[in-house]
Design a protein around this ligand. Sequence first.
Ligand code: DX5
Ligand code: ZN
Length: 224
Amino acid sequence: MVTISPSLLSANFLKLGEELSAFDSQKDKDLWFHLDIMDGHFVPNMTFGIPVIKQIGMVAKHPLDAHLMVTNPLFYVEHLQEYNIFNLTFHFETTKHHDSLIHKIKKHYPSVGMAINPSTPVDAIPDYILEMLDLVLIMSVNPGFGGQKFIPYALHKVEELNRKRVQSNGLLKYVIQVDGGINSEEAKMLVQKGANNLVAGSYIFNNKNKDDYNQRVESLKANH
Ligand code: DX5
Ligand code: ZN
């Protein structure tokens, strides 16, 4: 099964409540709301802060998936605990102490993810860290902005992570999530290589008609 995570970065912030409720007809666990949290430092952009995340957490009917693109993930781990976030993903490149950060996230969130930038190889992640993760996020664009072009090298990374998972005899249980530049073409290839969670921003939200959002979600799922 593939989960689709619409990235709210591309939603209309002036009508966020309506944007969220456009997905009410989806089955609750098959769709996550992807929250791109930026600090203007790890990436050259900023999105929404804690007050907005709090309000989203109060009304969202799907699990919240927070993607921290911040230099100091620990601050956010501590300050986002109350807001109903299901999965919290930090970037591999932002810490030298992956295991202690993972332990801290596990104490307060049901699922912990780790993201790697396009230039970070899968081999950089030690196996004992992979064993601790519920999700590995492969960035298929450089983080910071929606609407960029998919970097095809991400497909090799999905393949590699899937091979490790299959060969581990159940030891590695992570979801393989991919984020950036995904439309229905990329979705098909990614799922064939073993991805099971696809983030999509502009493909879903850059529609004139809100009714099309769910059709776009279905077209990302329908290709396998
Ligand atoms: C980029 C973000 C993505 C972004 C994806 O830094 O992590 O989640 O919103 O948007 P699209 O699908 O437009 O590339
Ligand atoms: Zn993201």
